[in-house]
Design a protein around this ligand. Sequence first.
Ligand code: FAD
Ligand code: NAI
Length: 482
Amino acid sequence: MKILETECLVIGGGPGGYTAAFYAADHNIKTTLIERYPRLGGVCLNVGCIPSKALLHLAALKEETKELETIGIGSKDFKINLAKTRTHKGNIVQKLTGGLNQLAKARKVNVINGVATFIDANNVLVKENNEETRIVFNQAIIAAGSRPIIPKSLALNTDRVMTSTGALDLKDIPEKLLVIGGGIIGMEMGYVYASFGSAVTMVEALPHIGTGIDRDVFTPLERKLKRLFKSIQPNTTVSKITQKGNKIIATFTPNEPKSAADNSSHSSQNTTAEFDRVLVSVGRRANSDLLDLEKAMVHTDDHGFIKVDNQLRTNVSNIYAIGDIVGNPMLAHKASREAHIAVEALMGKKTTFDNIVIPNVIYTDPEVAWAGMTEAEVKEQNIPYKTGVFPWAASGRALAIGKTAGTTKIIFHSETERLLGVAMCGTGAGELIAEAVLAIEMGAVVSDITETIHAHPTLSETFLEAAEAGHGLSTHYFSRKR
Ligand code: FAD
Ligand code: NAI
């Protein structure tokens, strides 16, 4: 068996792992990065953020052609060449992941392909094909990510039942697609397939899709999805799926309504329906069970997330963990921020994960983006607050580009006027939220926004006007409530 020594060992080559490895190497730390797949980039670059956004961009273009026809440009006869679409997506992924290998090389990060498992708190075993290497490390950062949850009742041995990875392969455009789970993956991939022509049925166990998102702001997207999808069935669980030839038969079980309001169309009967493909998007679980963590005495919580402190250090002092494997939100930008903190901590710097907010974005069109507290959370915590809301129908820029389906909302402390949360729905909301994130991190108050000059005509003015609306003084939106 080969034996290697390293100062810093990183397990997992996703946005958490490669960021940590690069940052450590940039600080002249001898670094080894282990990744089980031939390509760096993890879920995000290979089967997550990047390929899904490539397809969502095409889907948004497709949707736009429908709108263009109404103003006299283009035609609805928009054809999709699936083979070309797959190549386009593959080229983007290839370019980005290939770039990572070059960046690793330039920094002299030793990248090893293989599956790592712990031997103890200073050694891992890396297996690739029949070769085994023992790596002795001083410090380790675990960034081994997560994988989709597939409940037993939905586990069927056929590629007609897909996780997000299978859905991104885009083998065909199924006539009827069932999406189980109305979370982010369900909405994004459902949007892609519905735009490309599938009749999408979405079922969600809870009373609403997009649980946890501010309802005022989510409404424009919800309306769009209701138009685009064949049906959205909340309060419903798929209790069984079976295969009959090329079809999947799903049994829908209605959940008990939680309130009288949910009861309007409640039926207690199971129903069945036939689909060509099924996407299971009911959440993801940590990969902590694949690492023999117990041999290094590293502890996990009841959900399988590795327990860490605010420096991302585990209960074992020379072992850190970052990214999806330490818990929600499972987002690439959270993983890469944690990577920096962990590397700084292992260098002995006084650093801590003290970010106030982590932005979330749903990359449909319209996009939904939010940062900080929602109105429901503020209410629940009895924080005195006010809101400012600006509808995009009153934005000159939104009108000029035909993108009026949108809302920008701010939530602020009614005494200190400090921003507590911002949520936006509309085209490009994912880009616009960056200003709100910076404002919250800098402790901005409402007048910091109203006194900042925003270029005209831009969609960024919707943030300015929402702040003005918070004072009852929005220029382009008059509300009697002021
Ligand atoms: P991962 O990216 O999962 O990387 C972990 C790596 O570790 C993997 O490459 C894995 O092969 C490797 N590994 C695991 N075990 C071992 C082992 N024992 N030995 C060696 N290697 C191992 N997030 C966003 O912020 N924005 C988005 O738009 C977005 N879109 C998404 C779309 C989809 C369809 C999915 C599924 C996810 C999306 N995410 C998005 C989430 C994002 O992909 C994850 O939050 C992010 O990849 C987490 O990074 P990570 O480094 O923690 O783990
Ligand atoms: P999710 O947790 O966002 O949503 C899962 C949904 O499925 C929930 O609404 C849940 O109530 C529902 N559900 C659970 N069990 C069910 C059942 N048996 N029947 C019907 N509904 C059921 O998980 P999802 O969509 O799989 O995404 C996983 C993670 O990936 C996200 O939490 C996010 O962190 C990350 N992601 C981020 C993206 C982004 O930032 N744009 C895009 C895609 C994924």
